[in-house]
Design a protein around this ligand. Sequence first.
Ligand code: PMP
Ligand code: GLU
Length: 400
Amino acid sequence: MSQQDLLSNTVLNLQESATLKMSKMARELKAQGHDVISLSIGEPDFDTPAFINEAAKQALDEGYTHYTPVPGLLELREAVCTKLKRDNGLTFEPTNIVVSNGAKQTIYNLCQAMINPGDEVIIFTPYWVSYIEIVKLAGGVPVLVAADVDQDYKVTPAQVAAAITDKTKFILYSSPSNPTGSVYTKKELEALAQVIGPHEHVHIVSDEIYEHIVFDGVHESIAQFESVRDRTIVVNGMSKGFAMTGWRLGYMAAPKFIAAACTKIQGQVTSGATAFGQKAAATALLADPKATQDMMRTFLGRREFVIGQLKEIEGLKLSVPEGAFYIFPDCSNFFGKSYKGQVIKDSNDLAASILNNVHLALVAGAAFGAPNCMRISYAASQEQLADACNRLKEYFGSMV
Ligand code: PMP
Ligand code: GLU
């Protein structure tokens, strides 16, 4: 019997996370002694602010080393409610909130709690890599609604209306978006809410994990609109805005029956998130939002720099991202051209060739449902970004 025979069909049919795979490949090349720059993973390069670390240390000393209630410490769920009111004008109670091991698990819980085999989930495309696989793990059928660079990667209400069927369970998207950095405006969200509103069987999962990283305009949540308020699940987490990726803390604000269903699943799977981490997260959420604004300003400076550099590469089609820390150029003008004798057919070829030849790790757009594009994460130092842009200019300049 082969090892494959010993594994489940579930895992055999599951795609490996392309973002995590690319950052692993970059680490391996680096370990072999190559000078690799990795702009592959979406992870702030800053350390967690010291006041948050201090809160965790204090919590350890105070004995927060035991199980917490499955959906999270009441103190943290109250802090999440305070934050949602303060930043988003949304009213929730602690029984609407479930804290999990990262927003990734929050989305996993939601899919397990809501999807029956054959149910459809409308996913705005380009999408974050894990959405598709998490939906499929629950037996759901992803229905892709796509927008390209000419649409600033934002779908229209007409596209969404055309995709809704009797089988639609929910609509899933991120704004600010990973991988495009696009941010839906209040007006655009209102128009989406208007077409979704009349479909009473359709929920919305609004992933707002990049809400603190918005450069132009302000972050808006679709949950503010009356027509969809009771059917919107807001997903958020500590990883991006507070540079807390390794803490594994995310949360949802959902209708109570959905929060209870997710708590039931979590109670059988993880029992909840780390106790002292939850205490620190409460401190972070209740702090003056100014505490993280310096990081945002730094990201803005980097966006300006990288966009300026990429504009010098003739043939790249760019949409200037309004948030998150990604740029998602359309590279299709280069498909069919060659680099050092190798024909580049698509974004997978391009990502592999850039990594192997100029030792720069990016992620192929195919992983995000956008095979014409490449994702560049600019959560890296100014020196690394300058070096990376030079490598890209050299690479594309040498294509024939
Ligand atoms: N949603 C989006 C759009 C993301 O980019 C990420 C990145 N990790 C997550 C959810 C999950 O974040 P985490 O599990 O670290 O909270
Ligand atoms: N969300 C980040 C990314 O897209 C982190 C890696 C992951 O969880 O996929 O790169």
